[in-house]
Design a protein around this ligand. Structure first.
Ligand code: PLP
Length: 404
């Protein structure tokens, strides 16, 4: 009899955000009159900017006429978008990345989850702890992570790189040698970014041990400090050891529109084989191209008008980040992040777990956040609030927390 992939059965509980969703739904059903403010899930709230809406309208109109209709998009993305990304996101920053090294997809989550398929089944992974849960979970599904220890919340075959207040939330080089190193910069959930110097340590390390860095830069648009690179390819040597993921979700509000891309440089070789060829093959076999309409909309992200409108949108969210950061500080919390990322990471009060604090905040302030332990064992004792709410709700949520 056919068996299911039993690796899936090893995954503990449900995906973090569905657990939160269920808890909030149960609370709202019990207290329907309470206005619950959600600063939990990293979804955006502001509408698409006018330049993007206009590009969408124009592309929709084209689809309505036989002469300008588009069917399947090229599997790897339209040349107009790949060339624009190569030029504006990379070459303009001095990174040597060509259009044919850019693979357009429906978002960074799919790519971060799928990339492990092109590496061997016994590749050892290293992850920042805490971090976006998709990296570990997708490797669990692939049977790469060993056994789960409920007590410690760790997988036996995963190398954890704790990022806590003690090390400034900066991952340290691991003692055991990994094959794949997931770096999420700026980090979700801690909001920490790496300086050029700090990132160079990782690039040199990966090249010296023959590891590949899987660099998730989904929050690149929020980087505010000059010494923080926007791409790993700003660091010499990264072309031979790094794959970069980008998303249009957080810089342009595409969480519901869906678009992202992955950069696989042709110089990245494992055992003499180019990872680029394998990813092209994988993408072309299992993905049928992102919609024409959406790729056209993405072009507006790079227009002068679009850039100016999106700069304001990012500033809007970062104003929220400041409200949260300053308000919590004033209320006596130990607070981190919020400078190069739309996430605020706080220490929960002594004696509480992350989930205790989640329940406390939901019941007493009717504010939803995300328990740090959901992002990895070292997230226990911490809590994440996002700056993606609207301004008025954010101010109200923080006032409520201050008044507790
Ligand atoms: N990577 C990180 C670190 C994220 O936090 C998220 C979404 O929250 C994603 C990737 C997903 O991006 P996308 O919407 O492009 O799938």
């Amino acid at each position: 009899m056919v068996k299911l992939n039993e690796n899936y059965l090893k995954l503990p509980g449900s995906y973090l955000f569905s657990t939160i969703g269920k808890k909030v739904a149960a609370y709202s059903a019990e207290y329907p009159d309470e206005k619950v403010i959600r600063l939990g899930i990293g979804d955006v709230t502001q509408p698409l900017v006018p330049a993007i809406i206009q590009a969408l309208h124009e592309a929709v109109e084209e689809m309505g006429h036989a002469e300008t209709f588009h069917g399947y998009a090229p599997d790897l993305g339209y040349a107009f978008l790949r060339e624009t990304i190569a030029e504006k996101d990379y070459q303009a920053r001095g990174c040597e990345i060509g259009a044919d090294e850019i693979f357009i997809s429906d978002g960074a989550k799919s790519d971060c989850g799928n990339i492990q398929e092109i590496f061997s089944a016994d590749a050892r992974i290293a992850v920042c702890d805490p971090v976006y849960p998709v990296y570990v979970d997708s490797n669990v599904m692939a049977g790469r992570t060993g056994e789960y220890d409920e007590k410690t919340g760790t997988w036996s075959n995963v190398i954890y790189m704790p990022c806590t207040a003690e090390n400034g939330f900066v991952p340290q080089l691991p003692e055991e040698t990994p094959d794949l190193i997931y770096l999420c910069v700026p980090n979700n959930p801690t909001g920490t970014a790496l300086t050029r110097e700090q990132l160079a340590v990782w690039v040199d390390y990966a090249n010296s041990v023959g590891a590949v860095i899987l660099y998730d830069a989904a929050y690149e648009a929020y980087i505010a400090q000059d010494d923080v690179p926007h791409s790993i390819y700003e660091i010499p040597g990264a072309r031979t050891c790094a794959i970069e993921f980008r998303s249009f979700s957080k810089n342009a509000g595409f969480t519901g529109v869906r678009l992202g891309f992955t950069v696989v440089p042709k110089d990245l070789k494992c055992g003499g084989v180019m990872a680029h060829g394998l990813w092209a093959r994988r993408h072309g076999t299992k993905f049928n191209g992102a919609p024409y309409i959406v790729q056209k909309a993405a072009m507006a992200v790079y227009s002068e008008e679009g850039k100016a409108q999106l700069k304001d949108q990012v500033a809007y969210y970062m104003r929220n980040a400041k409200v949260i950061f300053d308000g919590l500080k004033e209320a006596g919390y130990e607070v981190y992040g919020g400078i190069n990322a739309p996430y605020i990471w706080l220490k929960v009060p002594e004696g509480m777990t992350s989930w205790d604090f989640f329940d406390y905040l939901l019941e007493k302030a009717h504010v939803v956040g995300t328990p740090g332990s959901g992002f990895g064992p070292s997230g226990e004792g911490y809590f994440r609030l996002t700056a993606f709410g609207n301004y008025e709700n954010t101010v109200e949520a923080i006032d409520r927390i201050k008044n507790l």
